[in-house]
Structure formats: structure tokens, C-alpha cells
Design a binder for this molecule. Sequence first.
Ligand SMILES: [Zn+2]
Length: 479
Amino acid sequence: MEFEPVIGLEVHAELLTKSKMFCGCPTKFGAPPNTQTCPVCLGFPGVLPVVNKKAIEYVLKVAIALNCRINRHTIFERKNYYYPDLPKAYQISQKRLPLGYDGWLEIEVDGEIRHIGIADVHIEEDTGKLIHGEEGGFEFSLIDYNRSGIPLVEIVTKPEIRSLKELEEFMVALRQLLLYLEVSDCKMEQGSLRFEASVSLRPKGSSELGTRVEIKNLNSFKAVLGAVEAEIKRQQQLLMRGEKIQQQTMLWNEKLRITEPMRTKETAHDYRYFPEPDIPPIVITDEWLENVGKNLPEFPKQRMQRFVEQYGLPIQDAKLLTASKASADFFERCVSMLQQPKTVANWMLTEIQSLLHDDQIGWEDCPLKPEQLAGMLKLLNDGVISGRIAKSVLEEMYRTGKDAQTIVNEMGLVQITDEAQLRPIVDRVIAENPDAVEKFRKGDEKVLGFFVGQVMRATKGRANPQIVNKLVRELLKGR
Ligand SMILES: [Zn+2]
């Protein structure tokens, strides 16, 4: 029998607000443990939460961008459970009246457009972070409450993802959207974007849903894809043997590449949700909703189409440039200073992309500024530097943050176009290579390239190649 996977995803993204959800503590990542805390986010008795309006606006943005319906009257609820990372022993979340519900996100797989349903978009506060360690044979756990109370958006899909490819496309498209909306930095290595997946199998063609298994604590695209693939295989083997799937929560063991059941102690929660009595209901007025809707950015797909029309770029370039908001912004800023879209695109997608790749960072963290690239390309246009030098200038700008003109001045990289200055160098190169001169005499034109190369090397790439070419011909003929 052939089986079809049914996959759903729960996504948590930390919001980019400056302060926490219910107190004024900062949310900056990487601060020393427990330095960004106060009685509210440490759960002291008697304190009262104050709602961060910006966080609600961010989640509204996400809900609108995901084509959701909006609950105009909404409440916060307490999700009760005891765990050391949760000092209040409850988490303030939303259950019955999420801010957004019943939406969709468009993805494209193998040229085919699909809408993946979004069940629920809601707001909740993050927990603290447990750090488990071992020293001298003793195991210990440490707790950092800096994360406690940071606002999160939780996005829950309907179980409508049907393949690993769709799953990957969905995660990429969702991350791209959150970055475009500027509501989360989506840094997975810092835990800003986290996933939980649910997986069930059913006979192909069936419309019923099988027993679902949840996989928790997935912190990268790779982990999600690996875990879901392993879980599909595991369930397939069980079903082929005629066994039943047990409803349970699993964890991904990256080393062994298998999913393992979580200790039941930790999964058997009865959260006893009830309305948070310390926060009044939230009313989303027409005016508020309209305002948030008006301030949404241009979405990736529209921007990609505009890049093709406005700048005459090939679709593939436009797609790559708009893949992240940061690269699309970089491109437009640079083109506003130098009206050569195709040249800018080429430098971005080859040279800069490869520097970013070497450093394993994205455009969001690119140390190079659009102004620097535009400045360097102007020098190249004006013939001040050669194409070969341009590449090293680019790298130097990237590493040092200096502008192109400064680097060219400091390193003496100005292109040599003066024949009087180049002639003696060409002469010397010819004199040093009698064998090649002999070949040229016998009609071998290929050695011209060799001489030009030698002159370029002698001038560390600064000579203007056209002029060198001309001089080499002249001087060889004159011999
Ligand atoms: Zn606080």
C-alpha cells in the first residue's frame, strides 16, 4: 500500500520589540544571564502585567499578511503548567480567541502554486532558557530568565503539507515573510525561530486523518526536515507490519537520525486554560486594523515582479535578489546611486554572495554597504581601477568598512593608463622572455596573452589591459 504523509507545523518566532511582552525589560540577545529581568518577568507575587502594544501590532501584521480573519475582541489566557523555566507556573497565551485564524500562505513547488492553510496566529510570552551541563561527574541545570516574557508569535498551520519539498518551501516562504514584515530577526541559531511538527500517514487517496505524532524542539530547517523524514519512515514501517501508530510526542535525535518518544511525564499536561484576570480584553478597532494594514511592506512576490518590470532584470536575478528583504533593499539603494541595475545585480549575486557564503552569514548581516558598492563601481566605470583590482577593492571594503576611493588611494591601486609609464615594463617583460618572442616571430599569436599576463602581474593588476595589449603588439613588431 502507498502512504501519503500529512504534515502540520507550529512555528514560534520571537518578536523584534525592544521591550518584553508585559514589562519594560529589554529583549537584547546575548546579555549576561538574568540581567534583563524584573519582578514581572520573574513572576513575583502581586505584580501586574502591562501589555506591549507594539507586540500586538506585530502579530496583527503577521495575521493580515497570512490572509487570516481577525478576532476583533480578543483575550489573553493562562496556560498552566509547572516547569523551572516558567517562574509564574503559567504562561500568558491565547487559546480560544487567537488574534488571527483561518488564513493561508502561498508556496510554489515545481512550478505549481499551493495555498497552505493557517489555522491560528496568536501571541504568547516566551519562557526562560534552561542550560544543562556537566562538570566533574555532576550534572546540573542553569536557568536564564532573560528570555522569560519576550513576546512570541505562534503560527499554526492546518495539516495540509503533503511532502518534504512543500514543508521546506513553506518554512522558507514563512521566514521570508516574517523578515519582510520586520517583526522577527528569525535567527534560528539564536532560537528566534523554532518549530514543532506533527506527522501522520494515511493510504494515498484517503481523506481521513491517521494518528498524529508530534515532534518538539526543532530549531533549524535541517532538524525539521530530518525529523519529519525519519518519522514518516518510522510510521510507514509500523503500518506495513500492520501495527498501530501511538499518539505521542517525540524528540529528534540528530546524532542517530531517529525520532524518540519524550518522557511521558513532560507530555501529559493538562493546561487548564482560563482567561487572564489581570489583563482586560483587547479590542482591535477599525482604525487600528486599517492603520496596521496600510503600513504593510511590499511582499516578496510583488517586489520580484516589480524588479523584472522596473529594472529589466531576468526573473532568476529578481528572485534571488528579493529572496531576502535585506538583499532587495541593498539592491534598490545601490541602484538609486548608480543606475546600472544589471551590473549591481551581477556584483551582488556573484562576488558579494560568495563573501557572505564564506562567512556563513546572510544579507541581513552583510558588513558591506550599498554606498560602498556604488562608489567602487563608479571608479570602475571611470577607468580609475581595472576589473581585476575592483574585486580586491570589494573584498577590502567588505573586511574593513572603508570606501573604495580610500582603499584605492591607500593601496596605490589606481589603474595605470599612461603609456610612458607602461612602455618600460612591457620592454622589460619582452627582454626577459626571448623564447616567447621567438614563438611570436614564428607566427604564434597566443603568446600575446602570455606577455599581457606578465605585465599585469608586474603591475599587480593595475595596468589597463587594452593599452598593454596595444603596447605588446607594437613593441614585439618593432623587434
Ligand atoms: Zn521584566
